[in-house]
Ligand binder design. Structure first.
Ligand code: APR
Ligand code: PHB
Length: 389
């Protein structure tokens, strides 16, 4: 088989890239290790920057998002027993849209099916090959048979544990990492959200976040230890802990109910440089991970895909390598700003086991500065709604 671009991974990055390239008349094949049901079963964050919404529009996958997505003009920072609103729209003229990433993935899969583009799910042992030369190809196994797809380019959109980054010789890649000494325990329940906006809470017992998927479905998180196990957290224990970390008015208004998903995620910041190796590109989680505190994971995947789809379009329509040569530097310039922002939100809001009294006072000073300085609040808001691209 031959195609123009082989995309490894059918997460949001791979699927969005496939749609944007299709719109430019570029043919792709997506190779995904898991089944589509498995991909759609993963629960992830749910806050979209306007740039990501614009790209989903361009991808022809945003009609449900426009119907069901919840526009949010602000969010709340809760500490010292009180709420402090960050007026995103007032400070930046921009807002975010709350819409589950699972739904984004579903919409993109449906859009791809509608144009009849090829996606091969349950493709085993996917291997990008010869990407340092002019004639790359990808091999994979399906139902015990080995296949080969020749192509012009390979897009590694296969997440943090994917094969693409691992296929690059170690001395050609530099990795930067910070692992945080805690995790997030998250719960989904069919209950109305405690507030119409998100609440990020800094509390002596640890961070908490109140988010939502719709007017009737809530997503809540509490900071937990790395040793914590989901089995040790009954729903009741979770709700009690969440209540303790919220200002009294929210704790009293919290509607609880049985969870239908509960899981623990570790927090990490990670960047691989560069994001291009000859004819292999990395995009999304394959190249970088951010802690979920700023909700930047999917949004960064979207900006990578924007730069990459532009570069490939330029190559096919103008026979120019300029965009391709610039891809890694362009993407990384934005990536590092989101990595910095996610790290700083994480550092400001969590309890660090080794933070000590000094760390505590620094957090208090930072939060106090944020709510009293329009400049500081604007900097936070500008990053939260997403830097331009
Ligand atoms: N071969 C084929 N597919 C693979 C392989 C492989 N060896 N390894 C991983 N994959 C697939 C995974 O099964 C997954 O479906 O690649 C996909 C990667 O998707 P994500 O992990 O969702 O990564 P990405 O698309 O970059 O998403 C960016 O969305 O999913 C979130 O946390 C993620 O917020 C981040 C954003
Ligand atoms: C979520 O809704 O899951 C969510 C929202 C905001 C975040 C992280 C996760 O910062």
């Amino acid at each position: 088989m031959r195609t123009q671009v082989v995309i490894i991974g059918a997460g949001p990055a791979g699927l969005l890239l496939g749609q944007l390239l299709a719109r430019a008349g570029i043919e792709t094949v997506i190779l995904e290790r898991a089944s589509s049901e498995y991909v759609l079963g993963r629960v992830r964050a749910g806050v979209l920057e306007q740039g990501a919404v614009r790209l989903l529009d361009e991808a022809g996958a945003a009609s449900r998002l426009h119907r069901e997505g919840l526009p949010h003009d602000g969010f709340s920072l809760a500490f010292d027993g009180r709420d402090h609103r960050i007026d995103l729209f007032g400070l930046t003229g921009s807002r975010v849209t709350v819409y589950g990433q699972t739904e984004v993935t579903r919409d993109l899969m449906e859009a791809r099916d509608a144009i009849g583009a090829v996606s091969i799910y349950e493709a085993a042992n996917v291997q990008p090959q010869d990407f340092d030369g002019e004639n790359p190809f990808v091999t994979y196994e399906k139902d015990g048979v080995t296949h080969r797809i020749d192509c012009d380019f390979i897009a590694g959109c296969d997440g943090f544990h994917g094969v693409s980054r691992k296929s690059v010789p170690q001395d050609a890649i530099r990795e930067f990492e910070r692992v945080y000494p805690f995790g997030w325990l998250g719960l989904l329940a069919e209950v109305p959200p405690v507030s119409h906006e998100l609440i990020y809470a800094n509390h002596p017992r640890g961070f908490a976040l109140c988010s939502m998927r719709s007017a009737t479905r809530s997503r809540y998180y509490v900071q937990c230890t790395l040793e914590d196990r989901v089995e040790a957290w009954s729903d009741d224990r979770f709700w009690d802990e969440l209540r303790r970390r919220l200002p009294v008015a929210h704790a009293e208004a919290l509607v609880t109910g049985p969870s239908f998903e509960k899981s623990i995620a570790p927090l990490r910041s990670f960047v691989a440089e560069p994001m291009r190796f000859g004819r292999l590109f990395l995009a999304g989680d394959a190249a970088h991970i951010v802690p979920p505190t700023g909700a930047k994971g999917l949004n960064l995947a979207a900006s990578d895909v924007h730069y990459l789809s532009d570069a490939l379009r330029e190559f096919y329509t103008e026979k120019s390598m300029a965009g391709i040569d610039a891809y890694s530097a362009r993407a990384l310039a934005r990536v590092w700003k989101a990595v910095r922002f996610s790290w700083s939100m994480t550092t400001m809001l969590h309890r660090f086991p080794d933070g000590g009294a000094f760390g505590q006072r620094i957090q208090e000073a930072e939060l106090d500065y944020l709510i009293h300085s329009r400049a500081a609040a604007t900097a936070l808001a500008e990053n939260y709604v997403g830097l331009p691209y």
